[in-house]
Design a protein around this ligand. Structure first.
Ligand SMILES: Nc1ncnc2c1ncn2[C@@H]1O[C@H](COP(=O)(O)OP(=O)(O)OP(=O)(O)O)[C@@H](O)[C@H]1O
Length: 367
């Protein structure tokens, strides 16, 4: 699967852009703030119906404009696929595959798998558990179309249950029969998600271990593990035991929305005890594992988007990544960098052609 071209209209800092790519390595080069990352994000948008960096769709529209359009021609299973996305201010976004509007966006997720490696990935370690659940959900959704539907269903039931708890607090009466129905619904989709997350981690962790060892030559002991309250007790019992607390706090305090992906180094939390270098290796291993996992379950290579890695990574890690590029471990790659000569040199060293684009203040031209 690869992207042949990309057309933008009023997307972030671009008025318009029309780019044609090769099925190998493309590099966007230019100064800070020129709009290089925005091009990667446009590609991410086409693949997953959303920005990697900013969840608010309307903020992708160029300031002062009314709408944005992003369009790309992919090749998938040797067939052409035209994907287009448009958003008008205050309207629902429109997402089309071969000119046909999707009934639901979830149907698009996973058709064009993508992995982004970006300096912002540090949030995965530093921020709350929601970031890490989002990572897990993102990977599973790209390989399992039912998963996203189930997650949407779970979140809907959770909202309903929390609304009921608020109402109970306000009226001081509990409709036991209604709570029971809501609990049953929550348990049903919660259990499905729990099993899918467990199975996912079982397959994912060996990829992670392999990549971490490759990147660091077995330097230190790190681990990745899935923590869920559902590992301790079944969901029904958890809900029954927590009802007094839930009523007091007016929200559901147990369930898969509390799951955590634990990152450790030598048995201690990565966030507190990992050095910057160890954290970076950990994150790249995580992303490379995502790549390997998607490749295995989709049976083709995802797109790889590498944001600013030459600036942010040290020589060792760059060398390891480039070793993988030179072994053709990846398919199509998009990369951003501030230094054209550096990019040209790095790829010359591994004898891989790189297609360079100059980016400056929202305009992009083939170098
Ligand atoms: N909706 C928008 N309208 C107009 N400009 C926007 C919008 N969203 C982002 N920008 C602009 O895009 C620019 C950032 O672009 P981008 O992050 O792609 O830069 P970059 O070339 O990757 O820079 P760096 O090398 O610093 O990472 C900023 O100047 C920002 O103000």
């Amino acid at each position: 699967m690869w992207l042949k071209n990309l057309t933008l209209l009023n997307f972030k800092n671009y008025n318009s852009a029309d780019l044609i790519f090769s099925n190998s390595v493309t590099a966007f080069v230019g100064n800070n703030g020129a709009g290089k990352t925005n091009l990667l994000d446009a590609i991410h948008y086409l693949c997953l119906c959303k920005s990697y960096f900013n969840p608010i769709d309307s903020q992708q529209i160029k300031a002062g404009e009314e709408l944005f359009l992003v369009q790309g021609d992919f090749v998938r299973d040797e067939k052409p696929e035209k994907i287009s996305c448009g958003l008008k201010k205050n309207q629902k976004k429109s997402f089309k595959r071969n000119k046909k509007e999707y009934d639901k966006l979830a149907d698009h997720i996973g058709l064009f798998p993508v992995v982004m490696i970006s300096p912002y990935d540090i949030n995965l370690i530093m921020d709350g558990s929601e970031e890490r659940r989002r990572f897990v959900d993102n990977v599973i959704s790209q390989t399992d179309s039912r998963y996203l539907d189930e997650l949407i269903t779970y979140n809907k039931h959770l909202l309903n249950r929390n609304a009921l708890l608020k109402q109970v607090a306000a009226t001081r009466t509990l409709d036991v029969a209604l709570l029971q129905i809501l609990d049953e619904q929550l348990v049903k989709s919660g259990n499905i998600i729990f099993e899918k997350r467990k199975q996912f981690l079982h397959n994912f962790i060996p990829f992670f271990d392999k990549h971490y060892q490759f990147l660091t030559n077995n330097a230190e002991q790190v681990s990745l593990s899935y923590q869920s309250q559902l590992n301790e007790q079944n969901f029904e019992t958890l809900l029954a035991n927590a009802i007094e607390k839930d009523r007091l706090l007016e929200r559901t305090t147990v369930g898969i929305h509390k799951d955590e992906l634990q990152f450790e180094i030598a048995g201690m939390p990565m966030k507190k005890f990992g050095s910057q270098g160890q954290q970076k290796s950990f994150l790249i291993a995580l992303k490379l594992a995502q790549y390997s996992y998607l490749q295995k379950f989709k049976n083709f290579k995802p797109l790889l988007l590498l944001d600013d890695i030459f600036d942010k990574l040290d020589q060792n890690r760059i060398h390891k990544l480039m070793e993988m590029v030179s072994h053709h471990d990846f398919g199509q790659i998009f990369i951003t960098d501030t230094d054209k000569q550096r990019v040209a040199k790095v790829f010359e060293q591994i004898a891989i052609d790189v297609d360079l684009f100059d980016v400056s203040e929202g305009s992009v031209n083939h170098a």
